[in-house]
Design a protein around this ligand. Sequence first.
Ligand code: SF4
Length: 178
Amino acid sequence: MEEDKLKYYAKVHSVESFGTVDGPGIRFVLFLQGCHLQCKYCHNRDTWDINGGKYKSLDEIFDKIIRYKNYIFPNGGVTISGGEPLLQVKFLIELFTKLKDLNIHTCIDTSGMVSITEDIKKLLTLTDLVLLDIKHINNEKCIKLVGKSNKLELEFARYLSDNNIPIWIRQVLVPRIY
Ligand code: SF4
């Protein structure tokens, strides 16, 4: 898809309209398609393929969220998961701008293994909570576990902390492969 249209379309894997484990309260959870990691324990492998999923428009997704507004507002909100949601940052800036106009709580569930670009910084100003999946604090073990260094995710965690963006640290523990 052309670069300028990426703001208005997302590659979507699936949605969950009544999520209770991905942030506070009842959440509308949008799972985006595509991930650049290959965590050994991943239970969402069908989200990996960047060419999979289906394009959905910003309006279509926003309208669907609004249908659930009475459930998710004011104590819950919207969580974007994946896959790796930050691979579709331009779309998320547009979506979160619309959600914040309605004072809806916004949350991103991410590995944080991305460079902190101007787009990422902008998105984070619209984000109420980051569920940060720290893969492994030991770099060698991190590379073995997910195929990438933990350098970017630790920089990401530092950026969140320095900018007072609320974080829930999450870490998956799997006997025998951790
Ligand atoms: S970051 Fe998440 S979606 Fe991507 S491989 Fe790891 S567990 Fe799976």
